[in-house]
Design a protein around this ligand. Sequence first.
Ligand code: ATP
Ligand code: LTN
Length: 329
Amino acid sequence: MINNKKTIFSGVQPSGILHIGNYLGAIVQWVEMQNQYNCIFCVVDYHAITVKQDPKKFSQQILDVVKIYLASGINPDKSIIFQQSDISAHTELAWILNCVAYMTDLNRMTQFKEKAEKNKETVSVGLYDYPVLMAADILLYNTDIVPVGEDQAQHVELARTLAQRFNNQFGETFKIPEVMIKKIGARIMGLDDPTKKMSKSATSVANYIALTDDPIVATKKITRAVTDSGSEIKYDKKAKPAISNLLTIYSLLSNKSIEELEIKYQDKGYGVFKKDLAEIVGNFLSQFQKKYYSFKDNDIREILQQGSKLVEPIAFKALKNVKEKLGLL
Ligand code: ATP
Ligand code: LTN
């Protein structure tokens, strides 16, 4: 990419379910960035296999993430979309960075600690090493900015640490990327438990609204969402975590500010508020899914192939440079 625009890199795992947290916390901000930046959006399939995936469904899940990107407004004529495992430079650089990363760096990663807690006996080495592969993804493309949800900030910080450490040891090689986190919506909370983030690996489907949920099912999830004590519709993360989360979702889907919504509902109770939000969520999903289901698998494969062709020379040039620095070439 020969222009002086900054480069954006981000990715989503094809792990089956994508929810409105993924959309509102991460993907939405990518859409707005397409005109200003060189954007590269990856489907991080090697990250997804750090936990068990069903091989019969996996290739479809990869295509479905691209459909989510497109339905969200990512335009393949403006942004590059590609599949991580198509470009072997990612895993090659990850190995090299493994030799730069310390065990103590990875031992600090809170996401691993949380995820490993659930499956103590069978947690994979890949899951532990996942942030290093993520660093490789980012550093291969001279990335300036990494727009992600709040839970990924620590991983981007690790990418910065590894880039700096490599540069110190082997000479200036990598650009140091910046994380970009949305002011509102970077951490959408679970509908059944507003103290934990909305997550596809939640034990109950009442936790999240999947982007592919039937709009009627989704509206029921909103009406049944946990609320706080009292009856006031007020944004206060500490005293009213559930209502604050619902206000955030409402605000982002309706383009109305939280202050506006507080005024609109000042004399109304939770029932009216949730009913209106349920309708907004239902309408959003209907619109979104109309687009999502209109894409053909073969067209998606074509987009991925074109994307890979575009990133391949960039990635291998960066890898060659790294190998030279290490004395491998
Ligand atoms: P999950 O916890 O739902 O399994 P994840 O973070 O492990 O998700 P991805 O699906 O790859 O995995 O996440 C894609 C993007 O969505 C990332 O930028 C991540 O930070 C963001 N994201 C995930 N959950 C939320 C959330 N609850 N609120 C806001 N952003 C989120
Ligand atoms: N770990 C990220 C997905 C991811 C990513 C990346 C995000 C993998 N590689 C590079 C930004 C940049 C997650 O959201 N779970």
